[in-house]
Design a protein around this ligand. Structure first.
Ligand code: ADP
Ligand code: MG
Length: 695
């Protein structure tokens, strides 16, 4: 019975009838702390136990629920083979047998004379029906029985010592006590528009549905609400960025950019021009740009970013380029130098390994404006750098940043423009969630003249052939990458292994070729020299132990052999593969995988089928799952309890549409009809919530 009508479902789950300290501890293991957590822990599946058939009407091999009495239960131990509990059960219409192998404890749960509900799929044995390992539920009181049978019954995710029946009872108690006083946070108009059931109804139907279709609708309703809250946060943030937050209006003549473009050995593609136009429009507006620039590897994002940098610098402001790792920062500064040094821009690199004196002098040069563009790691630039006048921030993101962090990158005053670049194309689901507050520019077209890369996945046996192929390409004047992911306990032994390996190659399959080696533990200058020698053709083959080393642009390299390719993610391999096929020659990527890991093999085959980075990214995210990507730490408190952006993409789209509609009409959600959903969004996405900030 419900006592006080105004109970808050944010109450601790311990307030639910039947939940004591021990149960609460079990529930906590499933991340269930409040009543709300409990009610939003939806069943994994449902079992239809609406019809309790008499035993004589059961048919073999069909899932059935029966209500029976235990006649006897014994532990049987045959001389050979597994022991088992055998029970005889009966109802008025007949008898059946049940068996539980290797489960002596079951016998003690089955007292003769007791009434139970069995759920399982009986088989025909010796002329009678036999249930093997049926689910048993004891019936103690009549009304309790109604929870577990005679209806569509929920089956929950569980944890140790927490059984289905206990879980059902707890949920039922919570529904009874808390749900009547819940009010629906969805604005009435929204619910109407999307034909959503009311919250109380949805919660009841999600747990104890009258029909399967009701359960589906109920879940969709709860998913929609969760997505709506998330999307409201993103939509509000985007609205503020575009209309309220003060930015700077950068309106260059374009003279510096023209110089940069004139010095390039190529023309920009139409897609690059279009991207640049969007960025220029954003930069000219008096509000900060928050734009994501995505494009497949090799689509030429860097040049576009360099042009934007030239524009910002022409306007007298500074540019910060932030990379997730020091290695990437070093790579970026080199690439950008080739574009920007010739037109007189002063660049600097700011990374942790510089000596303190150097760092101090770079910081000084940034604060007085002598350095116009700095490349560094996120941490370094974010924390301790004072700019004379920061106009543009370019973030090379690599999924390291969440919505929340983006929101608080910069201090007071007019905000700089922000261009986020992703190293891999992002799937639509991510574009709507992680990046949901950004405008998106996509470069779909690759520069012309690129040859499609031929990719083959091979087993170990074909490795000698792969080496032969490399030799043949080198004989034609081409160069090759050999990527070899090492995994060992220590960096020390990785170095040893790398050195041993190159000796082996030199003595064996690649004898006579000029081999260069780069690995992760190599001093930076030595690595740079090695790469440079490869670039100018002094090495035929560059052997590399990590991905990142292969950051050079060598159009003459036409083969890449990746050994133990299953150790890389698909997107990573795709990225890696982007290092070949950069020139006019046909290029080949050979991925050697271990056939004993079947799934890895299948995954690798995706790379054989397509060079479309968007599809590959989609596959990769599907495999790694959303959980990884929107984990608690990374997402700044964005935790989804019922919704799954992959499974529920269609609902995500609807919620996004609705959120943008609501925010357009009522940017701060101040109308009374929007108060409840605003509070809900704020409490769910506290860290990322923009409703309280600004103005
Ligand atoms: P991304 O960063 O998108 O992977 P990059 O900017 O590194 O791609 O460009 C890949 C290569 O293509 C670089 O060598 C770059 O100089 C070259 N490139 C960029 N734009 C063009 C273009 N329009 N035509 C020909 N080559 C281009
Ligand atoms: Mg690049």
């Amino acid at each position: 019975m419900s006592d006080t009508p105004s109970r808050d479902w944010q109450d601790s789950v311990q307030f639910v009838r039947g939940v004591g300290a021990a149960r609460a501890a079990q529930l906590a293991r499933m991340d269930i702390h409040t009543v709300r957590d409990l009610l939003l822990t939806l069943p994994r599946r449902y079992e239809d136990r609406r019809f309790l058939a008499p035993l004589r009407e059961l048919r073999p091999d069909e899932w059935s629920a029966v209500q029976v009495e235990i006649v006897k239960a014994e532990w049987m131990q045959p001389r050979f083979g597994k022991g088992y509990v055998e029970a005889v059960v009966a109802d008025r219409s007949g008898r059946a047998r049940c068996r539980w192998y290797n489960a002596q404890y079951v016998r003690d749960q089955l007292a003769p004379g007791e009434r139970v509900i069995l759920f399982g799929k009986p088989v025909l044995r010796k002329g009678g029906l036999l249930f093997e390992h049926p689910e048993i539920e004891r019936i103690r009181e009549e009304d309790d029985a109604l929870l577990h049978a005679g209806r569509i019954v929920p089956v929950y995710p569980l944890t140790e010592n927490l059984g289905q029946r206990a879980m059902r009872r707890i949920v039922a108690a919570a529904l009874e006590t808390y749900v009547p006083s819940l009010s629906d946070p969805l604005p009435a108009a929204t619910r109407e528009r999307w034909k959503m059931p009311e919250l109380r109804e949805a919660l009841r139907q999600a747990h104890f549905p009258a029909a399967r279709a009701d359960a589906v609708r109920a879940r969709e309703r709860l998913v929609f609400e969760e997505f709506l809250c998330m999307q409201l946060v993103l939509a509000a943030r985007k609205h503020q960025t575009e209309h309220e937050i003060k930015g700077r209006s950068l309106q260059p003549t374009g003279a510096l950019r023209e110089k940069l473009l004139a010095a390039l050995p190529f023309e920009l593609t139409a897609a690059q021009w279009a991207a640049l136009a969007e960025i220029r429009t954003d930069m000219a507006r008096p509000h900060p740009m928050h734009r994501l620039l995505q494009g497949d590897v090799g689509s030429g994002k860097t040049v576009v970013a360099a042009c934007a940098a030239a524009d910002a610098i022409e306007c007298g402001t500074q540019v910060a380029v932030m990379a997730p790792t020091e290695l990437l920062a070093r790579q970026h500064v080199k690439t950008l130098e080739t574009f920007l040094k010739p037109i007189g821009i002063r660049l600097a690199l700011l990374v942790g390994s510089l000596d303190p004196k150097e760092k101090t002098s770079i910081r000084a040069a940034l604060s007085d404006g002598r350095v116009q563009l700095v490349v560094g790691t996120h941490a370094l630039i974010q924390e301790r750098v004072v700019f004379k006048d920061l106009g543009l921030v370019v973030i090379d993101e690599q999924h390291k940043f969440g919505v929340e962090q983006r929101g608080r990158l910069y201090g007071k005053g007019p905000q700089p423009d922000v261009l986020v670049m992703t190293a891999t194309p992002i799937p639509r689901t991510l574009a709507m969630t992680w990046y949901g507050d950004l405008d998106v520019t996509t470069i779909r077209e690759l520069p012309r003249g690129r040859q499609p890369i031929i990719t083959r996945v091979i087993g170990e046996r074909l490795l000698p052939k792969a080496y032969d192929f490399i030799r043949a390409q080198v004989a034609k004047g081409r160069q090759a990458y050999l990527v070899y992911p090492l995994v060992s306990e220590s960096e020390q032994s990785d170095v040893k292994a790398a050195t041993a390996m190159i000796e082996e190659l030199r003595a064996g399959p690649l004898a006579g070729l000029r081999l260069g080696l780069v690995h992760g533990q190599m001093p930076g200058d030595l690595r740079d020299r090695t790469m440079e020698r490869f670039r100018v053709g002094e090495y035929d083959v560059l052997v590399s132990t990590t991905v990142i080393e292969v950051g050079v642009d060598v159009p003459n390299a036409t083969v890449m052999l990746v050994e133990n390719a299953e150790r890389f993610g698909l997107a990573q391999l795709h990225q890696l593969r982007g290092r070949i096929g950069r020139g006019m020659h046909k290029s080949y990527c050979i991925l050697q995988g271990h056939p004993n890991t079947r799934d890895a093999w299948k995954r690798l085959k995706v790379l054989e089928e397509t060079t479309d980075g968007f599809r590959i990214a989609e596959e990769d995210f599907k495999i790694r799952g959303m959980g990884n990507l929107l984990g608690r730490e990374q997402s700044g408190g964005v935790v989804l309890r019922v919704a799954d952006p992959y499974r529920d993409t269609a609902i995500l789209e609807q919620a996004r549409q609705e959120a943008f509609r609501l925010i357009a009409a009522d940017p701060r959600l101040r109308e009374s009809d929007h108060a409840a959903i605003r509070e809900q969004a704020r409490s769910l996405f506290r860290a990322a919530s923009p409703f309280v900030k600004v103005g």
